[in-house]
Ligand binder design. Structure first.
Ligand code: ASP
Length: 315
């Protein structure tokens, strides 16, 4: 079994302290190792790792990493979100923490800069888990955001990227307290009809975290991911004893075989074992672990995300 759990000892208690780690993805799609996408993922992983090293929770960390990606217009999330067929922006996002299984999600959120912050407001409020449309907008306002227009979003979106890349974003993290969290944010798929909701805001499909199993963020064909509850299925594979990489590979292979859907995922275990896999041509990712350089890749799934791999960049 692969493991990256090189626990440090807490000298006062002799209790092993997990080595914190964050993994981010910039969406499964056609686009390979584009320097701007890699730089964007790297910046998000670096920002997340700094928070983890400062003792912040996995939940705060994944939210912040996704906000960094949402602020970058080359990704299909937040500012860079692709429009529906009628030109409107409808945003989906979710996040979950693994200690108490609290979760928050928004679907069909009108344009706000940070849908993941609205999802966090849902989680913090604790009343419901998923809000749609104008109800979701109320939660976005609670997260101190100001609504912008679809036109304002369009002005920051790079149209060349829109036509070649999907670019949903996500993050998973393990913090120094041993807690897990996952987050996912998207503008949906290119050419989606108004009102269409994919997997990304659905707990168990786009996002899942449980300290007793693992944390996962998915990307790709939403219509197949949500029918197979892909993020939950990957975490259950971990619970069944699979390594993170084996679990990621097996659940994505099953989706392709069963429903013909392709996609990708990032996965992490309570021990910090990382799985990164995709069945589309590419998925940019970055891994930030304490004591290591940020590792990036995206053309070919890594054989062993724990070690050096031929396709990853180290910097
Ligand atoms: N899964 C997202 C959706 O269906 C799209 C993606 O990840 O590329 O909305």
């Amino acid at each position: 079994m692969t493991t990256s759990f090189s626990p440090q000892q807490d000298s006062a208690t002799s209790v092993p302290v997990p080595v914190p780690v964050i993994v981010v993805h910039g969406g499964a799609g056609d686009r390979g190792r584009d320097a701007a996408h890699i730089a964007g993922c790297k910046a998000a992983a670096a920002a997340g790792r700094s928070l983890l090293l400062a003792g912040k929770s996995a939940l705060d960390t994944v939210q912040h990493a996704v906000e960094v990606l949402e602020a970058n217009p080359i990704f299909n999330a937040g500012h860079g979100s692709v429009p529906t067929t009628t030109g409107e922006i409808e945003l989906d996002a979710s996040l979950m923490e693994g200690e108490n299984l609290r979760a928050g999600a928004v679907a069909m959120l009108p344009p706000y800069p940070h849908p993941i912050a609205a999802a966090r407001a849902v989680l913090d409020e604790g009343l419901h888990v998923l809000y749609g449309g104008e109800g979701a907008a109320t939660l976005a306002e609670q997260s101190a955001q100001t609504r912008i227009t679809s036109g304002q979003m369009r002005s920051t979106r790079r149209t060349d990227i829109d036509t070649t890349s999907k670019g949903t974003v996500g993050a998973v993290a393990l913090d120094t307290s041993g807690h897990l969290a996952a987050a996912t944010s998207t503008g949906g798929t290119r050419g989606q009809r108004p009102g269409r909701i994919g997997d990304s805001p659905l707990i168990g499909a786009g996002t899942y975290a449980d300290d007793t199993a693992g944390a996962c963020s998915t990307t790709g064909d939403g219509e197949t991911i949500l029918r197979l509850c892909l993020a939950f299925a990957a975490c259950e594979a971990l619970r069944g004893g699979a390594t993170a990489q084996a679990a990621a590979r097996a659940t994505l292979a099953h989706m392709e075989k069963r429903l013909g859907g392709t996609g990708g995922m990032i996965l992490i275990t309570p021990q910090g074992d990382v799985g990164i896999h995709w069945t589309t041509p590419a998925m940019i990712y970055a891994v930030g672990r304490q004591g290591e350089d940020i590792r990036t890749g995206g053309d070919q799934p890594p054989e062993n995300p724990e070690g050096q791999n031929q396709t990853g960049n180290h910097s």
